[in-house]
Design a protein around this ligand. Structure first.
Ligand code: NAP
Length: 459
């Protein structure tokens, strides 16, 4: 039995029976058996069903938000934001289902037509993390189902309740068994069942780079297509010509969202040395205004870390940095509330090769570094195996252009701390993975291209 706890209080909030391997295999069988019928439905029919799912969930948004808050620890304001974000994917792909266009190509044979069609790739298996228990699922499921794929999904064991609630509403909307399945149990065993089954044609995974690499190796035997949304180590660069009010606002909201447990959270904050002191003063003032609490309240508050492992990691990274000479300008220790709460923390005097700079912090820690000039900061920002997102604030147009070209990331965000919505291609390069989710590009991940030569015009 999987017992689910509220990370803010430690109280049990629900139980889910773990699937045995035979039950997981049976769910995979259903996913594969449902594919021929689902993929042959008209795009308009799939679109209508997705729209019904969207509307049913939206009508119960508050119930989802409260569950999300209890299960994950994020505050209600954020939970509602995640639900809007996640519903945006269902809405977007309900529309995009109708626009999976092919091509015609000028023929090389006067008696033939050359067509390119796009077909659903097949049954897909998904594995998702706990940091966005709602949006991670709608983003994958809506895209797959819109393209005509069926999907089996394994949510994170810290947050399975939101996944099963989404499944319940999917059934109410007419998404039948097999078209969408949710299983929980031993992650390694489920991963091996998914990757080892030749009928599963694609794996989409969001989580750590380590598990992503393991799954990629497992997929090699059957050459499955993959989408991998993995870890990040986002640089957040502030130049002296930036609008500092906007830079601080962007940084604080990006950093404290979900208590810093976000793959696109600013991990290394580079501030030009001439404005360092002023910038730090402003960041501290902005952070001091934000409370730390359990999230069932109307204010934006910083919640707990999701589990003991995550909490211990933040403690280790900060203690290591302190021992190596870092200056603690704010916080720097577990919060007086106890449990999994950690104080929002501001640190400087850090080395580029310290674990705080090379690992994903996944906690409410502002790690601030200073730099002299553009060339230096671009080199330092790129000194990581990750390449998910890079942020920069500057008012110089030429510099913005150079940053957009030279920063090694799948997403470059200039003069904003917000990455976007369903309409943008989300994803990374380097060891942050490959493939994109969201936008027109997202649905391309679930289709395969077929070239058709139609000869015979002379007969
Ligand atoms: P994780 O340990 O990789 O877990 C992610 C998922 O993989 C969970 O469902 C987990 O199951 C499952 N899993 C663990 N071991 C597995 C195995 N051997 N085979 C198959 N599945 C396995 O990651 P996490 O620590 O929960 O999540 C945080 C990571 O996700 C961070 O690195 C973060 O950057 C990344 N992330 C990336 C994005 C993006 O879009 N790029 C978005 C969000 C998060 P259990 O929960 O049951 O262990």
């Amino acid at each position: 039995m999987l017992i689910v706890y509220n990370p803010a209080t430690g109280e049990e909030i629900g139980r889910v029976a773990k699937y045995t391997s035979a039950e997981v295999r049976a769910a995979v069988d259903r996913t594969c058996a449902a594919f021929p019928e689902w993929s042959s439905k008209l795009a308009q029919e799939r679109s209508k069903i997705l729209r019904r799912w969207h509307d049913a969930v939206k009508a119960d948004k508050e119930a989802f938000a409260e569950l999300l808050c209890r299960e994950n620890g994020k505050c209600l304001t954020e939970a509602r934001g995640e639900i809007d974000y996640g519903l945006g994917f269902i809405e977007w792909y309900a529309e995009e289902a109708k626009r999976v266009y092919g091509d015609t190509i000028p023929t090389h044979d006067r008696n033939a037509n050359v067509l390119v069609t796009k077909e659903a790739i097949g049954p897909v298996a998904a594995i998702t993390p706990w940091n966005f228990p709602f949006m991670m699922i709608t983003r994958k499921v809506a895209t797959a189902l819109a393209a005509g794929c069926t999907m089996i999904i394994k949510p994170a064991e810290d947050t399975p309740l939101t996944a099963f609630k989404l499944l319940e509403y999917a059934r109410m909307a007419g998404i039948e068994p097999g078209v969408l399945e949710v299983v929980v149990g031993d992650p390694k065993e489920i991963g091996l069942i998914f990757t080892g089954d030749p009928r599963i044609r694609k794996i989409t995974f969001t989580g750590s780079t380590g598990v992503g690499k393991l799954l990629a190796a497992q997929c090699a035997a059957t050459l499955k297509k993959m989408t991998l949304e993995l870890g990040g180590n986002a640089p957040f660069i502030v130049f002296q010509d930036a609008n500092l009010d906007e830079a601080v606002k962007g940084l604080v909201s990006a950093k404290l969202r979900n208590c810093g447990q976000v793959c696109i959270s600013p991990n290394r904050i580079f501030v030009q040395h001439s404005i360092l002191e002023d910038f730090i003063k402003r960041v501290k003032a902005a952070v001091a205004k934000i409370g730390v609490d359990q999230g069932l309240c109307e204010d934006f508050v910083v919640g707990p870390l999701v589990n003991q492992l995550g909490f211990d990691k933040v403690v280790r990274l900060v203690e290591d940095a302190k021992a190596a000479g870092a200056k603690v300008l704010m916080g720097g220790k577990p919060h007086a509330k106890g449990g999994l709460f950690y104080e929002p923390t501001v640190l400087t005097g850090l080395q580029d090769d310290s674990p705080l700079a090379t690992e994903e912090i996944f906690g409410p820690v502002f790690a601030i570094y200073s730099f002299k000039d553009e060339e230096e900061v671009i080199t330092r920002a790129n000194q990581t195996e990750f390449g998910l997102v890079a942020y920069a604030f500057t008012s110089a147009l030429g510099r913005s252009l150079r940053l957009s070209r030279q920063l090694e990331a799948g997403m470059v965000i200039l003069n904003s701390g917000s990455v976007g919505t369903a309409s943008i291609p989300f994803g990374g390069i380097k060891q942050s993975g490959y493939g994109r989710e969201g936008s027109y590009y997202g649905i391309e991940e679930y289709v395969q291209v077929k070239y058709v030569l139609m000869a015979g015009a002379q007969f």
